[in-house]
Design a protein around this ligand. Structure first.
Ligand code: ADP
Length: 617
């Protein structure tokens, strides 16, 4: 197959000094990364560029930024490294964004290679590694290498302190109880269930921690728990000493769909998940009850724990985390952790609570803008800003769940996302306050502008959405219902992503089950249709359909076909046809998004770069 170009651009490369005597120099080169090689050439005015080097991607063992503490002797000041064939290639990018683009793309293309476990974050210089002082150039690295990491936008990692051993057993670890999006420059993002090194836990509200890449920063102390041995007591879903009967009483009393807990089974060393559901029984009648699932263990392999067949995990917290987002064989998703001892709950005295609660006194409601899944949407005014207010009809939303999640959602901030300013829970019905988007939803906008949109404008729309989605992807947040109808257009014609994550709170079965009429089958990937397996890669599939909507000026995908017919044609390997207005390169991107296997689809980070380079060319 012909290699596909991923990135290209001018950067400066340092000589690789293959021999001890070879000179050290810095040369401007034109780099091209395609699906097979990283090539660099010399540009010669009036002549064909001359290829000066070519690195096979399969030979790359590490691609990472360099944290330099020395002044850089060339014009481009943002170094990164490519370790290949026992050589270190140092490349200098003109700015940090450019560097991150290249590192991310290289990581994406090499993530299945035989990679280094650890790398050197600083330069090899004057016969030693500046990070760990080792004097052997091929000595193993001193920092854990993250093969898929989204190169951090935060300040560069602090260099390791040569006196401290990161493997030291005396080190205290914490585990994130939930995601945290940084509020300031000194903060570090947290990913639920990930472990971090505790650097300083003396302050009552803010703890200093270090992540896997060596980044240091602060997080609210209520978002993490000290890791103690192998027990699950830090998790809000775990009840150690509770019988089956007590678990049933507690969950029935809670009475919320998906209320669950993990408890010890009677059999030693075995755990059971108990979950409350009101789902209709086989006779079709509502039947509130508690179901119990034993966590099973496969005989062999690295990932062994499972609840329902097919979904194997190496740890129980990972398994629970997955089923908190996907029912995948259970009667319902695990929505609501219930515990006898609520002391680990984040709610009481939450220092951040006020930041998302909208005071009803400050909110004025105006005329109707439209109506949607959850009820009416009104124009409004809040703190002198024009806002859109979604009034949530009570029977439409599982609002207890939503209130917990709203805190996370208000902290997702990106100029290509429609900002959720806050939630007004003191008013009935509850309402959500959003950034106001003058030109309404993208699907209506496309149809209204039919015949007037240039190809550039359409590219710009796709680029906008890919930017918002790349941010969600990097925040480990899954949209679940990406489509032109869920994007909005601003006064300045920017397109922003809206309604992210909201389908989880819809109570209408017709919408939430893939078998039912309102489920957005035409935007859903095969693994979502088959097993409700949502991921950023299922969002990527939907994004392919959204690009198709843009380039058909708002046509409905698979216009005259029923959901069942669409499923059949997807199973037969058929896909939407190329829109007449879409350039070939854009159609290729769509097809890439519609690869059967999620791992064969590009990430949003990569789609963003592809679209950006197509827009510039
Ligand atoms: P739901 O998420 O409840 O299904 P929608 O997001 O589809 O509701 O909103 C319904 C309509 O309300 C949209 O088509 C749009 O016209 C209008 N609307 C929604 N959010 C905004 C907003 N932030 N700014 C302006 N108009 C909006």
């Amino acid at each position: 197959m012909f290699p596909r170009v991923i990135l290209k651009g001018t950067m400066i490369k340092k000589s690789q000094q293959k021999k001890r005597t070879s000179p050290c120099n810095y040369k401007e080169r034109f780099f091209v990364l395609d699906t097979q090689d990283l090539k660099y050439s010399e540009r010669r005015p009036g002549k064909k560029p001359m290829v000066k080097g070519c690195i096979k991607l399969h030979a790359i063992k590490c691609a990472e930024i360099v944290c330099s503490d020395v002044s850089i002797p060339c014009d481009y000041k943002y170094p990164f490294q490519v370790f290949h064939n026992n050589l270190y290639l140092y490349i200098f990018a003109p700015d940090n964004d450019c560097r991150q683009r290249w590192v991310r793309a290289l990581k994406e293309e090499t993530k299945h290679n035989n990679l280094v476990a650890k790398y050197h974050p600083n330069f090899w210089m004057d016969g030693k590694w500046r990070c760990c002082q080792q004097t052997e150039k091929l000595a193993a690295g001193c920092n854990v290498y993250d093969p898929v990491g989204y190169a951090s936008k935060k300040p560069l990692p602090l260099l390791p302190d040569p006196d401290s051993d990161p493997q030291d057993d005396g080190q205290r670890m914490v585990i994130a109880l939930q995601d945290y999006t940084p509020q300031g420059d000194d903060d570090l993002p947290l990913q639920k269930d990930q472990e971090y090194i505790l650097i300083n836990g003396n302050h009552s509200e803010w703890w200093a921690i270090e992540d896997e890449q060596g980044n240091h920063g602060f997080v609210p102390s209520t978002y993490v728990a000290l890791k103690q041995g192998k027990n699950f007591e830090r998790f809000e879903w775990y009840n150690k000493n509770i019988t089956r009967g007590e678990a049933e009483d507690l969950l029935m009393k809670e009475g919320k769909e998906g209320a669950f807990m993990v408890r010890d089974s009677r059999q030693a060393g075995v755990y059971t998940v108990s979950v409350f559901t009101k789902a209709p029984g086989s006779n079709g009648e509502k039947n509130p009850r508690v179901k119990h699932y034993q966590i099973r263990q496969a005989e062999t392999g690295e990932a062994t724990y499972y609840l329902a067949e097919k979904y194997l995990f190496s740890t129980i917290p990972e398994l629970i985390h997955y089923h908190q987002h996907n029912a995948a064989g259970l009667i319902t998703r695990l929505r609501h952790p219930v515990s006898l001892d609520k002391s680990c709950s984040l709610d009481p005295a939450d220092p951040l609570k006020d930041q998302w609660e909208v005071d009803p006194e400050e909110l004025t409601l105006g005329q109707e803008l439209g109506s949607g899944q959850f009820g009416l949407v009104l124009e409004g005014k809040w703190k002198d800003m024009k806002v859109a207010v979604k009034m949530i009809r009570e029977e439409c939303m599982s609002d207890e769940d939503f209130k917990d999640e709203a805190r996370v959602m208000t902290r997702l901030y990106h100029y290509k996302l429609v900002q959720l300013y806050g939630v007004c829970t003191q008013r009935s019905p509850m309402c959500l306050v959003f950034e106001f988007m003058e030109k309404g939803c993208l699907s209506d906008y496309l149809r209204a502008k039919k015949g007037c949109l240039s190809q550039d404008t359409m590219m710009g729309m796709c680029l906008d959405v890919s930017e918002g989605m790349a941010y969600l992807e990097s925040s480990n947040f899954i949209h679940r219902d990406l489509a032109a109808r869920n994007c909005l257009v601003s006064k300045n014609n920017e397109v922003k992503v809206s309604d992210f994550g909201m389908t989880r709170f819809v109570l209408d079965d017709q919408y939430t089950s893939s078998q039912c009429s309102k489920f957005p089958v035409k935007w859903s990937s095969p693994e979502v249709i088959r097993y409700c397996k949502f991921s950023s890669k299922s969002d990527v599939w939907s994004f392919g359909v959204l690009m198709w909507e843009v380039f058909t000026e708002g046509r409905l995908p698979y216009e005259n076909r029923t959901n069942a017919e669409v499923v059949d044609s997807l199973n037969a390997g058929l896909r939407l046809l190329k829109p007449r207005l879409a350039p070939d390169a854009v159609h290729q991107l769509m097809e890439w998004c519609w690869k059967e296997k999620p791992e064969d689809r590009p990430s949003f980070a990569l789609l963003l770069h592809e679209l950006a380079s197509l827009s510039n060319s």
